[in-house]
Structures are given as structure tokens and as C-alpha cells.
Design a protein around this ligand. Structure first.
Ligand SMILES: [Zn+2]
Length: 394
């Protein structure tokens, strides 16, 4: 069994950055010296050595490190800026049920929202980032409408006033959901393209908005990794739904298109093969495990929430591809029905979530159904044992 030893306290208002800290730390070349939760503001590790055998030259490497360090510093400052992290999706709900989008341009400043860039009812503008953010919010909304048709997701949350801010900060290589809107940087220009380049990342961030509305999953350890994983599932499914792709032909990548062509990698994470999304001289190798045998015990990153999310991610991939067809119709619908039941305990671990999905499979498709068996098989393959928590029995 995996003990939740030395885990940090759950973060009551996690900032949900799109690019996980371990990846930025590789770029910043700070060898674990960075600890955002401790508030460390200095980089102890020396700058990258010139003349390394592989990867970009010393000058480029230094620029990547400088910009990544700046992104980490900004992320850390945001992390401690509780005043603007108040989570309040409810006040964004538009009673008319209409989708009202507003994209703003921070113009390189570190404040939001900035000037109006594109609003609902107006056509495309010259700024491609504003258009991609606008279209991304629309794609997530269209997907949620489809989910509502398929299952019992709370319809009250669908008429959303969705906001976004683009061009946040200078060379800022991250994006986040701030509790009320999506905020996206332009990328550092060396490793990351604009953070609006990936629909799965936009949908992932909005997934955190949906989850804060429907669950109380504590943002640490396995419950935090479940939060990250369900956001990834939404990210992948919105992309597949928008492209009309079936499970077999989808990339199952999160953050495809985010890396510049200088990076040896496909995206931030791979649900099909966690641990293989990138292998690059600057970024290192994708550290995600695919199964419980690779479960990472760490206090960093809220207890590895972006690492161990690879395990439930892979279970979903195995389940959806075993069923075939459109992944959102049966597998995705089941996942989001579990979320919509609002029955996940705050400290739900992988086993608890697996049990909830199996219960849902029996409710929706019958005991011993093909769907239930495929799902049981998927959890078994990733080494997660479904279990009922003591408190829930009876
Ligand atoms: Zn996330």
C-alpha cells in the first residue's frame, strides 16, 4: 500500500497552472533547489554549463533558464496571492443559459483582465491568441452541452460567462484558471509556444473550474492527482469531440502543439503512454508513471499531483480504446456522471474512484456488461484495486 507520508497540507485554493513545476524546473536548470511551497526565491543551482554535448547552445540554454525562472517566480507569487484566487464559479453562471465569452489582452502586464480583445457576438479579430482562446472556450461549452445531453451533469452550470486573458506577462510559459477565468501567457519562445496553442490545455484548465463546482477533492496526493486526471480527461475529450475523432485515431496527448519544433516531444502528457510525452535535453524525460508499480512518492507538486495522474489517465485511455468508437459517448459520459453524482469524498484515492466508476458502469450498463468488464480490466491493468472506503459502507 502507498502511504500518504509527508504530504503537504491540501491547498485550499490551488492555482492549477497548466505547465507543472517539475517541467519548468528542468528548463530553469535548478536541480530541485526550487521549492515553491517553502517560498524559496533563490536559485541555488549554478546556471547551465556551456558546451554541453546535447541540446541547444549555452546562450540559448541560459535564455531558457532565465525565462523559466521568471515564470516560476511569477507562478510562486501568484500561488501566494490568495486575494485573487477566490473560487467562485457560481457568480459566473448566466441564468439565461447563454454562452457569453469575453477575451481580454493583458498586453504583457502581470495584471488581469486588461483591454477587451474579443467579445461574444463579434467576429474573429487580428490577434490569433484571442481567437484561439475564444474558440477554445466555445469548444468546451459545446462539449459540456453534449455531456448534458448524454447524462446528468448539472445544467445550471452550462450557461457560462466564460472569461479569458491572453498575453499575460512577458515570455510567461504557463496558463492557469484563477478561480474566475483562464489566464494564458505567450510562452518563452524557445520551449513553449503560446499557451493558447493547445485546446486540450484550455479545456483542462476549464475542467478545474468544473471540478471546483462539483467536487471537493483535496488538492494533494491521490485525490489531487484525480483532480488533475479528470481535468486531463476533459482536455482530451474536448479535443476529440471538436475534431470528431474516435478513440482509436486520437493522439491522447495533453498539450499537443505547445512545444516549439526545437523540443523533442509531443506534448505535456500522454494518456496512451504516460512517461513518453517527451525526452529532451532541456526538459529531461516525461516522469509520469502509467501504473501503480511506478507510483511516485513525493512531497513536491502537492504530492505528485501532475505525476501520478498518469495512472488514472492511462486507465481511462485503456477503457475508452477497449470500447472503441467515440470516447466521450460511453467512457467519458460515465466518468462525468461519477463527477456529477457529487459523491466523491474529499480524500478519494484511486481505489475509491475506481469503485465509483464501476458502480456507475453497473447502474448505466448492467452488472457483467461489456462496459463493466472493460472498465474492471483497465483498472486492473494499471494496478488500481477498487475499494469501498469504510466511511461509505452501510
Ligand atoms: Zn491541472
Amino acid at each position: 500500500m502507498h502511504k500518504a507520508a509527508q504530504l503537504p497540507d491540501p491547498d485550499p485554493h490551488p492555482r492549477h497552472h497548466a505547465v507543472p513545476p517539475y517541467l519548468l524546473m528542468s528548463m530553469a536548470a535548478c536541480d530541485g533547489a526550487w521549492d515553491a511551497s517553502e517560498g524559496m526565491r533563490e536559485f541555488i543551482a549554478p546556471p547551465p554549463e556551456p558546451g554541453e554535448a546535447e541540446g541547444p547552445g549555452a546562450e540559448t540554454r541560459a535564455r531558457i533558464a532565465t525565462r523559466a525562472r521568471r515564470t516560476l517566480l511569477l507562478d510562486q507569487a501568484l500561488l501566494h496571492d490568495r486575494a485573487t484566487t477566490a473560487t467562485d464559479l457560481d457568480r459566473l453562471i448566466e441564468p439565461s443559459g447563454r454562452l457569453i465569452r469575453a477575451i481580454c489582452d493583458a498586453q504583457g502586464a502581470e495584471t488581469t483582465p486588461g483591454t477587451d480583445a474579443r467579445t461574444e457576438g463579434l467576429g474573429p479579430v487580428a490577434d490569433e491568441d484571442a481567437n484561439r482562446a475564444f474558440d477554445g472556450l466555445g469548444a468546451v461549452h459545446a462539449f459540456l452541452v453534449e455531456m448534458l445531453k448524454l447524462n446528468s451533469l448539472d445544467g445550471a452550470g452550462l450557461g457560462l460567462g466564460l472569461g479569458g486573458t491572453v498575453h499575460y506577462g512577458l515570455h510567461y510559459a504557463n496558463a492557469f484558471w484563477d478561480g474566475t477565468q483562464m489566464v494564458m501567457g505567450d510562452g518563452d519562445g524557445e520551449i513553449f509556444e503560446s499557451l493558447t496553442s493547445s485546446l486540450s490545455v484550455i479545456a483542462h484548465e476549464l475542467g478545474h473550474g468544473l471540478l471546483q463546482h462539483t467536487t471537493n477533492l483535496a488538492y494533494r496526493g491521490q485525490s489531487g492527482a484525480l483532480n488533475e486526471s479528470i481535468a486531463d480527461v476533459l482536455g482530451a475529450l474536448v479535443e476529440q469531440f471538436t475534431a470528431g475523432q474516435d478513440a482509436a485515431s486520437a493522439s491522447w496527448l495533453i498539450g499537443e502543439g505547445l512545444f516549439t519544433d526545437k523540443v523533442r516531444g509531443l506534448g505535456l502528457r500522454s494518456m496512451a503512454a504516460p512517461g513518453t510525452a517527451y525526452d529532451d535535453p532541456v526538459l529531461g524525460r516525461d516522469p509520469q508513471p502509467a501504473t501503480m508499480s511506478g507510483y511516485v512518492e513525493t512531497a513536491e507538486d502537492h504530492g505528485g499531483v501532475h505525476l501520478n495522474s498518469g495512472i488514472p489517465n492511462h486507465a481511462f485511455y485503456l477503457f475508452a480504446t477497449a470500447l472503441g468508437g467515440k470516447a466521450w459517448e460511453t467512457a467519458g459520459s460515465l466518468w462525468f456522471n461519477v463527477v456529477a453524482m457529487r459523491a466523491l469524498p474529499e480524500d478519494a484515492d484511486f481505489g475509491t474512484f475506481a469503485e465509483q466508476t464501476l458502480l456507475q458502469a453497473r447502474r448505466d450498463h448492467g452488472a457483467g456488461s461489456k462496459v463493466e468488464l472493460a472498465l474492471a480490466d483497465a483498472w486492473d491493468t494499471v494496478g488500481v484495486v477498487p475499494r469501498v472506503k469504510d466511511a461509505e459502507q452501510g
